[in-house]
Design a protein around this ligand. Sequence first.
Ligand code: UGA
Length: 347
Amino acid sequence: MQSPKKVLIIGINGFIGHHLLQRILNDTMWSVTGVDIGDDRVTPYLNDKRFAFHKADMTKERALIESLVKQSDVVLPLAAVATPQLYMTQPLRVFELDFEENLPIVRHCVKYGKRVIFPSTSEVYGMSPDSEFHPDHSPFVVGPTSKIRWIYSTSKQLMDRIIWAYGRDHGLDFTLFRPFNWIGVGLDSLEAGQARVITKFLGNILRGEDILLVDGGIQRRSFTHIDDSMDALMKIIENKNNIASSKIYNIGNPKNNHSIRELAEMLLALAPSYPHFKKQAHKVKIVDISSQNHYGDGYQDVQNRTPYIENTRKDLDWDPRVSMQDALERTYQAYMAQLEKNAPVEL
Ligand code: UGA
């Protein structure tokens, strides 16, 4: 892949950030500057000459962040809280990090004429009644203010709208991408608090604990393997003929639409093939729990979430290829590789 690129990734030690770093170093000649408060996932790349890492707290090192934006071609501000349990327990932290701390970065991109690629979210569509969520047509439906879960959705939505307005009125070059339940190794970090559903279930199986199905597990998600997600994101960064500028893309796999109960059953069915997971899997039962008991007051759920991806497909010449079965197998295999090396596993 050709120009740009001096790529700045803020929050590079996170799930998306560290996978993206790996892809860029493997597949391109671009250089990457990364910022993060943690470094465990980027340590293997620290000796690469095309990678410069700043172990820093973006909320404190504001001058550093501004100067890094100034020196880059394209900026990905990926630092965010993205686990529903934390929307419930630390809603203000969600607003402060996901919105307040990212806004100055967007403004630096406006000031210095840099391209920004911002992680929006499938959660902006909320409980939209559409059978497929369309980035240019679907309405956003969220619950009342007391349903605190929606603070993430609305913080991200406001940022989307601000970026859009900067694009229209100040010429900001941007792309918004919306991940739909991306899955793969390294999805969650224990430091970040509670994990998302697949990480939780894998951890349950590893330790022989019951799997808790919230409200019967009939709610559906479209799970997208990180390898497919990275294919799309790399094309957005490449931005051939400026195709991705001023666009919004869902990045998801509508063919991998499954209920949470199906996810639990598929993971349990696969467990016997992976020795570390096999050990205690026979003890695991699938147990129902109410959302009230699991998340407390203020939780509301999305019953079905399927992305419209025809524009992503066409503009980026991209197609998600990893089936659900394959995605789960790849995830198990990657965790097995870590367990076999006695590496710390965040499950
Ligand atoms: C996620 C997060 O908000 C973000 O990571 C992201 O923006 C977005 O959706 C996405 O990845 O597309 P959600 O899908 O609700 O939200 O997050 P999970 O924690 O993975 O939960 C999925 C479903 O599993 C929910 O219905 C939840 O109630 C259920 N669940 C979760 C269980 O049944 N048991 C559990 O132990 C955990």
